[in-house]
Design a protein around this ligand. Structure first.
Ligand code: FEO
Ligand code: CA
Ligand code: CA
Length: 662
């Protein structure tokens, strides 16, 4: 989703900042450390050595290239900045649009209609709008194994909608109220997740498999189960599920994850804007997340339970008589088994409730806990880690339960380049002491998790610059995270060294003793985005024409340890200035080299990336091309061409001669 927009009706925006805690920014913690020391790795690296942690590239700043290992791992000529209405990739590569919004994938396979007249039911059997996080599961990958690079399931998120383009002539709204239930049902069905069975045909082109037994749409109305410590909690009681164990739908699914046991994880990011509460006093589980008195799409203004559930106003004597707690069913990570179209998706409450951008697993070993990381993408929010209580057993049918019992931690980035994972655990004495000191109480662990942000405030976690995607280096285990931007920052600091940080940066850390389940780490900054005049690449030098960018968002390591970076610039950064359209770059952490690999069409965001196991096909998503378009004013016509509505789509990237992508 684009940045820094408002959340007014039909706005596409991220939520407004809602962290009003007095937790220190990291800048409050590091007086006495110069910016140069921090970003160049001086003192931070000293502390990393103390921890027994060696960061790759830690000593690269200012060093000669002669010290670098494995040069030439980016064998392509970088793409220039452009505002062309197309996908541009380097010479020798092909990029082809695939499964754009409205592609039939299941059921009766209803054909896409260019004029917006597809029905709500059609939409429930077609790919949704605004492709985002995505993963390729080889068709032989049940239980996490599999190598098939020519036949698989492509599973992808549909983050939000452009209502003006979804309908023939936009939504029907009178005095702020929705008038047509069919329109809203179509909007609900354009959200969620698609499971698409695909294969390479005889012409070596990827295509959707017809009559697939796997093809499936999960929407903002699909029945789901709630698991983990908050299951059955009083704060989850609704008219639909008085016992607080079930819910309907997932929405604003931004980035994703995938488990070591072969399931897909979709993450609920800016869900708060889908709800409205007219109550003058809102409980912390609404107010701390930014639920307001008006919703983005006004779904709750229609009669009927399917729409009224988006109205969180107290109306009945008890929570089981209304939907005051419906927003508490969102902000979770949802597990989907793509190989079982009858499976009920599961919301795993142990992983916390916030604006989950994505989730990334540390390398998993049999007999060890599973560990995953997730960022809360809002200004001044936090980075989290989850460690399962039980151990991973490959092939065990109940591995999904590993996400239901464990410890959720939040990160504190110390001024000296070390970091601590602080447990949000009502059994933990330090957590209880912090609660007592702050005068904050939680009834039980379910209450802690439903109010994850408040719990993180309580322990003094470090407020960060909008944590987005994470990626774990496949060889070294370092964890990289994008901090996309934070134009609200007024003081520079170590982890966020620029005020009015419009350009964003990438931070990385390494767990002490390489133990991802531990509680200590060392960190430094990998890259500062921006123009040549205000940036720093991994080599310690300013970025160049080959790699200037802003607002890093999507992040992914390929199997050989190259870091792919996708951008989500918006507003003036897109319309003017040096960066052109949103783009995707590749960085080699070993050499410090960064090159621009792809530039997307006008108005789009580049987000979502996955590959076949043989790395001969790379799938990348293009979201909201021509953002702000209406049927009578098309700002982009990608991918269908002149006169056609722009459509989010996956891009299939291959190389001449069907060689590995890189
Ligand atoms: Fe949906 Fe944080 O991007
Ligand atoms: Ca973003
Ligand atoms: Ca994003």
């Amino acid at each position: 989703m684009t940045t820094d927009k408002d959340t007014t009706l039909f706005g596409n925006g991220d939520e407004l900042p809602s962290n009003h805690s007095d937790n220190p920014h990291i800048n409050d913690l590091i007086e006495g450390i110069s910016r140069r020391q921090v970003i160049g790795g001086g003192m931070a690296m000293g502390m990393l050595a103390f921890l027994g942690v060696t960061m790759p590239g830690a000593g690269l700043a200012g060093q000669a290239n002669g010290l670098l290992k494995r040069p030439g791992r980016l064998p392509f000529a970088p793409v220039a900045v452009t505002r062309a209405d197309t996908v541009t990739v380097p010479e020798g590569f092909q990029a082809r649009a695939f499964i754009p919004w409205g592609t039939p994938i299941c059921g009766s396979y209803p054909a896409y209609r260019e004029d917006g007249t597809n029905s709500a039911q059609d939409q429930a059997e077609q790919t949704g709008m605004h492709h985002d996080g995505m993963h390729y599961f080889p068709i032989d990958a049940q239980n996490g194994k599999g190598h098939n690079s020519e036949h698989g399931l492509l599973v992808l998120n549909h983050e939000y909608i452009d209502a003006p383009l979804l309908h023939p002539n936009g939504p029907t709204v009178v005095d702020g109220k929705r008038m047509v239930p069919e329109e809203v049902r179509k909007e609900i069905n354009a959200h969620g997740v698609s499971v698409v069975e695909i294969h390479r045909n005889l012409n070596s082109e990827w295509e959707v498999v017809g009559n697939s037994k796997f093809g499936r749409r999960i929407t903002a109305a699909t029945p789901m189960e709630i698991q983990g410590p908050a299951r059955g909690h009083a704060l989850l009681s609704t008219r639909y599920s008085p016992e607080g164990t079930a819910t309907r739908g997932t929405q604003n699914n931004c980035a994703n994850g995938f488990t070591p046991w072969g399931t897909y994880l979709t993450c609920e990011e800016n869900w708060a804007g889908y709800f409205a509460s007219k109550d003058s006093e809102k409980p912390r589980e609404l107010s701390r997340y930014g639920v307001g008195s008006n919703s983005r799409y006004a779904w709750e203004t229609l009669e009927g339970d399917e729409f009224q559930r988006f109205d969180a106003t107290r109306k009945a004597g008890m929570a089981s008589g209304d939907y005051r707690n419906e927003p508490n069913h969102f902000g979770w990570i949802v597990e989907i088994d793509p190989f079982d179209p009858q499976s009920v998706p599961v919301k795993h409450t142990a992983l916390g409730r916030f604006a989950h951008e994505g989730v990334i697993f540390a390398p998993t070993q049999p007999g060890k806990p599973v560990v995953c990381y997730s960022g809360d993408d809002s200004r001044n929010e936090y980075v989290y880690k989850y460690v399962s209580r039980d151990k991973f057993r490959p092939g065990h049918p109940d591995n999904g339960r590993l996400l239901d019992e464990g410890t959720l931690y939040v990160a504190r980035f110390n001024a000296d380049g070390t970091g601590d994972w602080l447990p949000l655990d009502i059994q933990n004495p330090a957590f209880l002491a912090a609660c007592t000191a702050k005068g904050i109480s939680f009834a039980d662990q379910g209450d802690v998790l439903i109010n994850t942000r408040t719990a993180a405030d309580t322990v003094g976690a470090t407020r960060m610059d909008r944590p987005e995607w994470g990626a774990v280096h496949p060889e070294t285990g370092e964890v990289y995270f994008t901090l996309t931007n934070n134009t609200n920052r007024t003081e520079a600091d170590a982890a966020n060294p620029r005020t009015n940080n419009a350009y964003g940066h990438i931070i990385r850390w390494k767990e002490e003793n390489q133990d991802h389940s531990g509680t200590r780490f060392g960190w430094n900054i990998f890259l500062l985005g921006g123009p040549q005049s205000d940036s720093r690449g991994p080599d310690g030098e300013a970025l160049t024409a080959d790699n200037i960018h802003a607002s890093p968002d999507g992040l992914w390591f390929d199997p050989e340890g190259r870091l792919w970076i996708q951008t989500d610039m918006s507003g003036s950064q897109l319309s003017s200035g040096p960066f052109g359209n949103n783009q995707m770059l590749v960085a080699d952490p070993e050499s410090g080299e960064v090159k621009r690999f792809l530039v997307g069409p006008i108005g789009c965001e580049v987000t979502g990336i996955t590959a076949t196991p043989d790395f001969r096909t790379l799938f990348v998503n293009i979201q909201h091309p021509g953002e702000g378009s209406t049927p009578s004013n098309l700002l982009s016509t990608w991918p269908d061409g002149p006169g056609k509505r722009p459509r989010a789509a996956t891009v299939v990237i291959t190389r001449d001669g069907w060689r590995k992508v890189l």
